[in-house]
Design a binder for this molecule. Structure first.
Ligand code: GRF
Length: 236
């Protein structure tokens, strides 16, 4: 196997997606290794989780820099010092500037809790419920200048159940995120998904033909009840 891609995760808070990436990368056959975690908030819970797993962490607070550019510059310098080849945003709540985004274009990915291009921005689950959609989900995409707008790498869909509230739906999507993000980072690290001419180019998947006739449907709510109870128990 060729060298594993050195990956740095940027967080602002809880860090459950970061934890999923670290877990995937603990397998030496996984094509990316997590070499560092950077947070813009000193109190991000994810920092302690990363440290407990032996991952180097760094806090780079906006308040310590006179401008947004200087803050981005400090993050960039930290990425260089980690020898980062891929940057994975995982609940990083700050918009990165154009210079930074351009430098890491094609090498920086993000997870968004909705099926893009629907529901860009915040409060995606509440908006999904208000819109009455039956299928919701999450997206991993390359980061480009416009927020939540870059080429899509992978998506996972979950049903919106009758009677769902925002927290129930968020928990169901989060569970899908934790499976999707390791998969998508793996594709990028292996070179099977790359950004070219503003689009994602996916390598040919031998078994893709098997999927061509599948239909994703919101399932019968009654049959999902046990799963919902299970989800309620694991909601962070
Ligand atoms: C996730 O829902 C992610 O999709 C969004 O922010 C949330 C971060 O959660 N970008 P966590 O910090 O990974 O637990």
């Amino acid at each position: 196997m060729s060298a594993r891609k050195r990956t740095v995760v940027l967080i602002s808070g809880r860090g459950s997606n970061m934890t999923a990436l670290i877990a995937a990368a603990s397998n030496l056959d996984y094509p990316a290794e997590i070499v560092g975690v950077i947070s813009d908030r000193a109190n991000a819970a994810g920092l302690g989780i990363a440290a407990a797993r032996g991952i180097a962490t760094k806090v780079i607070s906006r308040a310590d820099y006179t401008s947004k550019d200087a803050h981005d510059g400090a993050i960039d310098a930290a990425l260089v010092s980690f020898g980062a080849e891929i940057v994975a945003l995982a609940g990083y709540m700050r918009i990165l500037g154009a210079r930074f985004v351009e430098k890491w274009l094609g090498r920086m990915i993000n997870i968004h809790p909705a099926l893009l291009p629907a529901f860009k921005g915040l409060d995606t689950h509440a908006r999904a419920i208000r819109a009455g959609i039956r299928i919701h989900g999450c997206t991993v995409h390359f980061v480009t200048l416009d927020m939540d707008d870059g080429p899509i790498i992978a998506q996972a869909a979950v049903p919106v159940m009758v009677g769902d509230n925002e927290d129930m739906l968020a928990a169901r999507v989060l569970k899908a995120e934790h499976r999707l993000y390791p998969l998508a980072l793996g594709l990028v690290a292996e070179g099977k998904a790359r950004m070219e001419g503003g689009r994602t180019v996916l390598a040919h998947f031998a078994d893709d033909a098997d999927n061509s006739s599948s239909v994703v449907m919101a399932p019968d709510p009654l049959r999902e009840e046990t799963d919902l109870e299970h989800l309620a128990r694991i909601t962070p």
